[in-house]
Ligand binder design. Structure first.
Ligand code: ACO
Length: 368
């Protein structure tokens, strides 16, 4: 028996080094290349944050518009059934782009920019095609978040909504060795291309334990319905052993700093005041109840809780929430691809074998 330590889920295992994002779970702090997330949200744009992650420098200004879709990507999106999962549409887009462009090794910042700016156009196009509407060409003057809203709804976005979505994109851009980022790094470590790495990352993020929670936050609040009904609903859910969506985290043992930043953004948004009032009241009660039931395990609000408010506030349908999260994470995924490639070593850990001891096939004598 191999006696080396094994941590299920690799919890607490150091599996690499990065100078991109620092997630300080104990103190509830998150920084990108040393800059705190609150400052990045307050004073930066997603285009600046993406450049910071890719290059290490904070640009005084940056412009990152959405990209036009190649004909073959559009054809692939049109060929998908309208019932396809939006994450599958996004993954297909990346795969087709990779097949056409054949991005080489080592990956480049230009490739990272190309994929990050292609994804919002693709998701907006798919969302329209599935409703029988025609896709809309990018508007070069708009930044990524605003351009996405424009291509989705076919009209110039409200500047406050565009700013709120840009803030959401900043909070989603990077988060250490989460499952999708780790998947992207494993793929890159084989000297495979950046499109393959992002395809793998999208696949990992599609799972409900990673990218699926914000739409469930909306359902949860919809079911709770009113502040008066909240206590009975929360007790019922916890008594049945259910998880409260938007609470708890593998790394944070404090309030998720991204939730705090997004709550602030949501408070400034028009049209969701009633929803937000309910969300804040339910949050207070939920945190109290989680503390009573798990006195030894700090369980606080996570990013998904107020992400749901912002995404709903800008008018996105809940089934686009996970794929919109994926749009925001493109900067981080591709920055990790570049970082992995720059000091590459094949990622190939060991596994503890727990199967049969060596034996012979039925009817075969050993060493005969
Ligand atoms: N509601 C109720 N109880 C919870 C919650 C929750 N949201 N989260 C954790 N717990 C309890 C568990 O029941 C468990 O209790 P037990 O020890 O008595 O069995 C204990 O806290 C530890 O939970 P684990 O599942 O071991 O924690 P883990 O680190 O594996 O899970 C996770 C983290 C998946 C985020 C979990 O907290 C969860 O399911 N939350 C709800 C879903 C959610 O909001 N996901 C979005 C996460 S943010 C992101 O991925 C971007």
């Amino acid at each position: 028996m191999d006696e080396r330590p094994y941590s299920p889920g690799l919890e607490g295992v150091l599996a690499g080094e990065t100078s991109l994002g620092k997630v300080d779970g104990e103190r509830g702090r998150l920084t990108y290349r040393g800059y705190p997330i609150e400052e990045l949200v307050r004073a930066g744009t997603y285009a600046q944050v993406a450049e910071l992650l890719w290059t290490g420098d904070w640009p005084a200004s940056a412009h990152l518009p959405t990209a036009p879709l190649p004909e073959s990507v559009l054809a692939a999106l049109r060929a998908l059934p309208p019932t396809s999962h939006p994450m599958d549409a996004l993954r297909t887009t990346t795969s087709v782009w990779g097949a056409i462009n054949r991005p080489g090794w080592p990956p480049t910042v230009d490739q990272a920019r190309a994929l990050t700016s292609l994804a919002p156009s693709a998701l907006a196009a798919f969302a329209r095609i599935r409703q029988g509407l025609e896709p809309i060409e990018p508007n070069d003057e708009l930044e990524l978040a605003a351009g996405f809203l424009y291509q989705l709804f076919g009209q110039m976005p409200d500047p406050a909504a565009a700013r709120a979505l840009d803030a959401y994109f900043i909070t989603g851009a990077e988060h250490g060795f989460n499952a999708s980022t780790f998947a992207a790094r494993v793929i890159t470590s084989t000297q495979s291309d950046i499109a393959s790495a992002v395809c793998g990352a999208i696949g990992a993020m599609k799972g409900p334990l990673h990218g699926g929670a914000p739409s469930e936050v909306v359902n949860q609040l919809h079911e709770i319905g009113s502040v008066e009904h909240a206590e009975v609903w929360l007790d019922g859910a916890l008594d049945r052993g259910e998880r409260l969506m938007g609470f708890g985290h593998r790394v944070y043992r404090a309030y998720d700093p991204r939730a705090a930043a997004l709550r602030h953004v949501a408070e400034g948004m028009a049209g969701i005041a009633d929803w937000l009032k309910l969300a804040v009241a339910v949050e207070d009660m939920a945190q109290r109840k989680l503390k009573e039931r798990h006195p030894d395990r700090p369980l606080f609000t996570n990013v998904e809780y107020y992400a749901a408010a912002v995404l709903q506030g800008v008018g996105l349908p809940p089934d686009l929430f996970p794929a919109t999260f994926a749009l925001s994470r493109h900067a981080g995924w591709t920055a990790h691809v570049l970082e992995q490639a720059a000091a590459n070593r094949l990622i190939r850990p060991d596994v503890r074998y727990v199967g049969h001891a060596e034996r012979s096939l039925p009817g075969v004598t050993a060493n005969s």
